[in-house]
Design a protein around this ligand. Structure first.
Ligand SMILES: Cc1cc2nc3c(=O)[nH]c(=O)nc-3n(C[C@H](O)[C@H](O)[C@H](O)COP(=O)(O)OP(=O)(O)OC[C@H]3O[C@@H](n4cnc5c(N)ncnc54)[C@H](O)[C@@H]3O)c2cc1C
Length: 277
């Protein structure tokens, strides 16, 4: 029988595991029951709780655009109990999936607009489905600019996909690292500095950012300085949470619940809280 409580995970199976960086792995996962798999519909920006049985569950964003075969992808950084237990798992082993939760990027509203993706580190994971959505329907959107940075070249997630993104029509990928190494010929600068340097125009443009809180704070300041209006600045926020359904009251930022009102917010919704914090 299928679980019918939103607190019970759906049994799922790992199809493949890929190393993205020294501490981030990409998990391709399939919900076991075909009917549950078909009914499980997620949108870019949403997240699920992934459980390592016997250890617990943690929230992770869907790292890929919904695929017709129902395969789900999660890019998971090893930081603690659950993520370390997941990193020990191999293909064919079991995990649990609970979700989807949260709101999504309004991809329909972005049609016809230029889109600037601004990511830092593992923060590219929730932005990848947006990039995939634009590239899958390239003619429906304006210019796509991806500004992405990580601590070192080895920490850039999805690096193997950058060349194909950059080759797409009207698409530009600007990479940066905090610290280079011998083989790195690209830019060495912080992400907000790259924005300052490129000076993108706010005209008919939406910016979507995700990364460490300190990066988000400085990115917002740069975008404001370039006259982006609060409604043109979209960010995803993280907060500790247990339920994903507004019950445990762990994830509130001011009066907003990250699990239900977010994780996708426009700057106009959260500027008051960010400026206080
Ligand atoms: C909506 C949402 C989407 C997320 N998407 C992703 C994703 O795609 N990939 C990914 O790797 N991580 C993601 N995270 C963060 C991830 O949930 C935490 O890193 C996770 O809880 C770690 O579980 P753990 O048991 O391994 O760590 P724990 O043992 O619980 O904690 C290890 C350390 O991480 C800190 N930590 C725990 N949870 C968070 C959090 N939510 N934010 C900041 N620090 C935290 C703890 O304070 C502690 O220092 C997301 C979080 C949220 C809320």
């Amino acid at each position: 029988m299928l679980p019918d409580s939103p607190f019970l995970p759906l049994p799922a199976r790992i199809l493949a595991v890929q190393d993205l960086t020294p501490d981030v792995k990409l998990f391709r996962v399939e919900i076991e029951d075909p009917r549950a798999r078909e009914n499980f519909r997620h949108r870019p920006g949403q997240f699920a709780f992934v459980s390592a049985f016997g250890m617990g569950e943690s929230p992770f964003t869907f790292a890929s655009y919904p695929s017709p075969d129902g395969v789900l992808e999660f890019a998971i950084r090893r930081v603690g109990t659950v993520s370390s237990a997941l990193h020990e798992l191999e293909p064919e082993e079991a995990v649990g999936i609970r979700g989807p939760f949260g709101n999504a990027f309004p991809m329909d509203e972005y049609r016809g607009k230029n889109i600037i993706i601004i990511g830092g580190g593992i923060g590219l994971a929730p932005l990848r489905p947006v990039i995939q959505a634009v590239l899958n329907h390239r003619e429906e959107y304006g210019e796509l600019l991806v500004i992405y940075g990580a601590r070192t070249p080895a920490d850039l997630v999805f690096a193997h996909e950058f060349p194909s993104w950059a080759e797409a029509p009207r698409t530009r990928v600007e990479l940066t690292v905090d610290r280079g190494n011998g083989g790195w010929q690209g830019r060495v600068a912080l992400v907000p500095t790259v924005i300052k340097e490129l000076k993108p125009s706010p005209e008919n443009t939406i910016t979507i950012t995700c990364g460490p809180p300190i990066m988000i704070r400085f990115v917002l300041a740069e975008l404001k300085a370039l006259n982006f209006a609060p409604m043109q600045i979209v960010t995803t926020l993280e907060s500790k949470m247990k339920c994903g359904m507004g019950k445990c009251a762990r994830c509130n930022i001011g009066e907003k619940y990250v699990c239900q009102d977010g994780p996708v917010f426009s700057f106009s919704e959260i500027s008051r809280f960010l400026e206080q914090g």
